[in-house]
Ligand binder design. Structure first.
Ligand code: AMP
Ligand code: MN
Ligand code: MN
Length: 326
């Protein structure tokens, strides 16, 4: 594993430039947004300007994050940057919006800050640690390399990235190094209970209605090795729940004994589906998602696929079956 050497070039770029853009994937999660804001605050520590971007609105349960109201969803047509930091995301089209359309010469250097493996990176600098539990852990290492002390705000932002991407320190990516870093963040002012309250204990009543609809779609396939759920636009309308409350629904099929792969089909538009995968043991769901131009990690991955639900399901289940082994 490479340590400090991947972080110093990032610090050099920050020190040399004046104005930066920090952006993460659309439909953001706590790691994407927490890392975006924390890195921007790290850049500001050096007296530089950092514009924070996300194409979509901040999910309601992440609005507690410090400075989340300063994240913008528009970039001026002539805005120029010395570098663009893409965090928790390696493809410009997954960032979407104005950043996906921005002329290359206005972007300066493109720097990837991530914990996902990347197949064909289009960038000037890679700062990727596939062993990191969250992109926030990579941002912690950048803070260390730049000798930036955590504030109460950055500590809470970064602790949130850990909580979200490790399932509250339960998944296989929970390392002793991460827990040591988490302890430092608490010493600097991170408040685990306040973060959990905001993330998981603040759902609207309509979330129960949505869960009721989604659980009715539960199906078990391939001798109980695959469990799947569907979340349609109609269910969102009928329940009145914001889609963000469904972030953890995929854990229900995964929680069943014998299920190796859990799948959630989420309708984005009439015939466009976001497919999320979770696996327990040996199935590498990143490989399954990659077949449909998606990505992620061995145990958590996703892709977007167009078509009628029945056709989409058949395509996905056929591919999943190939990876189940005997
Ligand atoms: P999700 O199912 O959206 O929670 O995503 C699980 C993991 O897969 C996360 O690490 C995502 O960043 C990644 N992922 C989800 N969708 C895509 C996609 N379309 N392309 C690449 N990676 C994805
Ligand atoms: Mn993410
Ligand atoms: Mn992440």
């Amino acid at each position: 594993m490479r340590m400090n050497n991947i972080y110093k070039p990032v610090v050099d770029i920050i020190k040399k430039g004046k104005r930066f853009l920090v952006a993460s994937h659309a439909h953001p999660d706590g790691d994407g947004i927490g890392s975006t804001i924390a890195l921007a605050k790290g850049i500001e520590h050096f007296g530089k300007e950092a514009v924070m971007f996300n194409a979509d609105e901040i999910p309601y349960n992440l609005k507690y994050l410090p400075y989340s109201g300063d994240v913008v969803s528009k970039i001026g047509a002539n805005d120029k940057f010395d570098a663009v930091f893409m965090v928790d995301c390696s493809q410009r089209d997954r960032i979407g919006g104005d950043v996906a359309k921005m002329p290359r010469e206005q972007m300066g250097k493109i720097v990837l800050i991530d914990h996902h493996m990347v197949d064909n990176p289009e960038c000037d600098l890679l700062c990727i640690d596939a062993d990191a539990a969250a992109t926030g852990e990579v941002v912690c290492r950048i803070f260390k390399a730049a000798k930036i002390k955590y504030t109460k705000e950055t500590a809470n932002l970064l602790f949130t990235t850990f909580v979200v991407d490790t399932g509250s320190f339960r998944y296989s990516n929970t390392s002793s190094a991460l827990l040591k870093e988490a302890a430092e963040l608490i010493d600097a002012g991170a408040n685990p209970w306040a973060i959990s309250m905001a993330l998981d204990e603040s759902n609207p009543p309509s979330s129960i209605k949505l869960l009721e609809f989604v659980l009715q779609t539960f199906e078990l396939l391939f001798s109980g090795k695959v469990g799947a759920l569907v979340l349609s636009q109609q269910m969102l309308i009928e329940s009145g729940a914001p889609v963000d409350v469904a972030e953890e629904f995929i854990n229900y099929p995964r929680s069943i004994l014998g299920v190796e792969v859990a799948i959630l089909f989420r309708q984005l538009k009439s015939d466009k589906w976001k497919v999320s995968f979770r696996s327990k043991h040996d199935v590498d769901v990143r490989k399954i998602a990659a077949v449909f131009q998606g990505g992620g990690h061995a145990h958590a991955a996703g892709c977007t696929i167009e078509g009628d639900l029945a056709v989409v399901k058949t395509k996905i289940f056929d591919e999943v079956q190939k990876h189940l082994g005997t």
